[in-house]
Design a protein around this ligand. Structure first.
Ligand SMILES: [Zn+2]
Ligand SMILES: [Zn+2]
Length: 121
């Protein structure tokens, strides 16, 4: 994906963001087109996007804790799907997590492409 199109030839250039270059707003940055090699200037406008979601757990409801997919499994945390609060799983939850994960592991092994065997008969 290109960041900016050259105003001369339309070539899609990547902005080299090393050292934070090109991020400051209200400033003209210079860039040389890597196609026609003419220098153009560009300004940056940063836009933020917010996505609101209900979080019943922050309004007297329960957290909806789900285990994270962490490796190694022993480091798995319980993360609330709504507010992303994390806590350590209880011993009982840990047992369940280990069960699910080992089942998934076995499933993954089974779905591996079959080894090439010559068909008999
Ligand atoms: Zn150009
Ligand atoms: Zn929560």
């Amino acid at each position: 994906m290109s960041d900016v199109n050259c105003p001369y030839c339309g070539y899609g250039n990547q902005i080299n963001h090393d050292d934070g270059f090109g991020y400051r707003e209200d400033e003209k940055h210079q860039q040389e087109c890597s196609d026609c090699e003419k220098t153009f200037v560009f300004t940056t406008s940063i836009s933020y996007h917010y996505e609101p979601e209900k979080a019943i757990c922050l309004n007297g409801g329960d957290h909806e804790f789900e285990p994270t997919f962490t490796f190694p499994i022993e480091h798995t945390k319980m993360e609330c799907e709504l507010c992303w609060e994390r806590r350590v799983p209880t011993d009982q939850e840990m047992v369940g997590i280990l069960e699910v994960r080992s089942r998934e592991f076995q499933k993954a092994q089974k779905s591996l492409p079959p080894t090439q065997e010559k068909e008999h008969g």
